[in-house]
Design a protein around this ligand. Structure first.
Ligand SMILES: NC(=O)c1ccc[n+]([C@@H]2O[C@H](COP(=O)([O-])OP(=O)(O)OC[C@H]3O[C@@H](n4cnc5c(N)ncnc54)[C@H](O)[C@@H]3O)[C@@H](O)[C@H]2O)c1
Length: 263
């Protein structure tokens, strides 16, 4: 299997896309430590995931340096290595630009951008040391979004954070290339998880969303997990510094393509 023998950390793995990635990694032969800030969701997820392979849950807030330190240490204690990191934990906050508070701006940036930096740096330090001792290089995958590029006026800190994740990915890729460590990102469009529920449950919002999605449907978490499995594997050995967008064709849309009327 493509990930046989690899040890992976997945953040925000108790639900949605992170859970699907942990599931896919286990099916592909990896051992997985998944972190989440929600311990109830984590315990439920663990009950399902541990049936597929060797898996541990660590409660961690990726925005807290100490939690990240503990996550990395616990993974090394448990499985002795780290080959793959998926920086997937993320949150949204809806507010119009003029109404957005400083607290909500900081809260979203802290999880989505600072969390990816803290976890990415801690894991990269371990990976560099491993390479210097003759070990094999690893792969880091950051969860971006089409909102790294597309602006949504009531998703201010989210869009900014994902733009930052795109640059973080490129900077990390260049910094770590000399050690053979690859850093890439995945940019999902609209994927059926709790994060999308409020949009998906409102018929007008759903129609609007689908009117700008050429494939005409929302994506499944497993369709993001398959990209993560590829980027984590040795099959992606010459790819670094890239974002792979999986958005049903949304980003190529332009002013010559008609918006389908809302039904
Ligand atoms: N669903 C989509 O349409 C979509 C689109 C583009 C990008 N994304 C990105 O994919 C990632 C996963 O999103 P999802 O849709 O699965 O969301 P989700 O809300 O279903 O799952 C996110 C998980 O992250 C956890 N989490 C939140 N804050 C955390 C923290 N501080 N530390 C650790 N864990 C934390 C949550 O408890 C939850 O289990 C996010 O980075 C999101 O921005 C999602």
């Amino acid at each position: 299997m493509a990930l046989d023998g690899k040890i992976a950390i997945v953040t925000g793995g108790a639900g949605g896309i992170g859970f699907a990635i942990a599931e896919r990694f286990l099916r592909d032969g990896a051992k997985v430590v998944f972190a989440d800030v929600n311990s109830d969701k984590g315990a439920n997820a663990l009950a399902n995931l541990e049936q597929l392979g060797e898996c541990r849950f660590i409660k961690a807030d990726v925005g807290r340096r100490l939690d990240v330190h503990n996550l990395v240490a616990a993974t090394i204690d448990t499985f002795g290595d780290i080959d793959v990191l998926v920086n997937n934990a993320g949150i949204v906050h809806r507010a119009e630009f003029l109404d957005l508070t400083e607290e909500d701006f900081d809260r979203v940036l802290r999880v989505n951008l600072k969390g990816s930096f803290l976890t990415g740096q801690a894991v990269a330090k371990f990976m560099v040391e491993k390479v210097e001792k003759g070990g094999t290089a690893g792969s880091i995958i950051n969860m971006s979004s089409v909102n790294a590029t597309l602006a949504i006026p009531d998703q201010v800190p989210y869009s900014i954070s994902k733009g930052g994740v795109g640059q973080l990915t490129r900077v990390m890729a260049l910094s770590l290339a000399q050690h053979g460590i690859r850093v890439n990102a995945i940019g999902p469009g609209s994927i059926m998880t709790d994060m999308l529920a409020s949009v998906n449950d409102d018929p007008a919002s759903r129609t609007r969303l689908l009117s700008r999605t050429p494939l005409g449907r929302v994506g499944e978490p497993s369709e993001i997990a398959s990209i993560a499995a590829f980027l984590a594997s040795d099959q992606a050995s010459y790819i670094t510094g890239q974002t792979i967008y999986a958005d049903g064709g949304r980003l190529p849309l332009n002013y010559t393509v008609a918006v389908k009327p809302e039904k």
